[in-house]
Write a protein that binds this ligand. Sequence first.
Ligand code: NAD
Length: 447
Amino acid sequence: MVKICCIGAGYVGGPTMAVIAYKCPDIEVAVVDISVPRISAWNSDQLPIYEPGLDDVVKHCRCKNLFFSTDVEKHVFEADIVFVSVNTPTKTRGLGAGKAADLTYWESAARMIADVSKSDKIVVEKSTVPVKTAEAIEKILTHNSKGINYQILSNPEFLAEGTAIQDLFNPDRVLIGGRETPEGYKAVKALKDVYSHWVPEDRILTTNLWSAELSKLAANAFLAQRISSVNAMSALCEATGADVSQVAYAVGTDSRIGPKFLNASVGFGGSCFQKDILNLVYICECNGLPEVAEYWKQVIKINDYQKSRFVNRIVSSMFNTVANKKVAILGFAFKKDTGDTRETPAIDVCQGLLGDKAQLSIYDPQPMSPTTKKKVHCVWDAYEATKDAHAVCILTEWDEFKKLDFQRIYDNMQKPAFVFDGRNVVDANKLREIGFIVYSIGKPLDA
Ligand code: NAD
């Protein structure tokens, strides 16, 4: 039986390994982590992350061929293939601070693999890493190899939070990069054999290591760029009376452009887009390409601008001050169907409003982390959040917000009652009929 171990039981390691175990009953999968609470949660009925469909997949194979453990060394020792899916945040100090990826966790995982291994291993980069990381990992492993053969593969993950299980069951592509040597090809084939259990052959792409590593950064940069492009247009729409949804529809029907990922919003968030673009910027700078770095920086600049533009719109619409006014925040996660609030635009919007002394009452369908709860007032119900409020700000596109009884909300709010829709989820005209003053991103403004 092939044995797989994944170091890192987070948003990527947990779901990806659960799906491998589900689809490959002949493979034993161990997901390991240094975090005791995280592993306990994976072994309980309250999984540490919320993803539609994840519970069923985990329950189906847990303790059969899927195991969650803190005994990192034992499972690495036993594995034929070791995935590394640890966090790779932006460095906060030292060389490259604020841009470069912090590979501390990765390096310590690699050193641990070298320490405990007694048999040949395929080591798979699942985390998003800078291009050429495999070269560094190879150095660490081979200099400590004790005669063991390591093959490093890059197999970046393209799942999107909120649709992770769907994406993993039916991926657009699986990308595997390896060394172009006989051993490298053999390792690529071994990983291909795992995915071939359910992914059609033509969706498994193989490339050299550096192309695979760079493709992940490139894909996230392109996705974020699309959001910043439509958001930049949304500002122009508001200034001219054009409607960004109509413009996006007209633009997206061009088959060269396509309709997806063209929704204007308060801005992108999540733990990946900004971090990966900063990483790309740093790599460009290190490779003597400042013009290319500048190009990608603009994607983040527009995203920051969109968030501050939204806050300014709220404050200016509410007679230039939100001091001591109750503002209901509906949605805190960075997108719907996830409990993940890392780098969510809601943080910047809330900070902006708090800076003007607003009183915030926050509701998100997913429970907020204890740290967030300490800083802001969180409630368990949209109606409670909006009671006596002067304004409602929608910051996440949760489906349940579309179904709210806005007449009831209006009746219980201070007047004039404002709605600031940062995701264009509500029917602005219906809300106007009720009596709300409505601002929707990129749409013609109320008179
Ligand atoms: P995460 O923070 O949720 O999980 C990482 C886990 O690794 C943590 O639980 C941490 O305790 C564990 N860890 C760190 N060092 C360890 C060690 N030495 N031994 C054992 N465990 C260790 O992160 P994530 O969101 O799952 O992201 C992981 C990687 O995947 C990142 O590089 C990220 O950029 C990339 N990625 C994330 C997404 C996403 O949607 N979250 C999508 C694609 C790729």
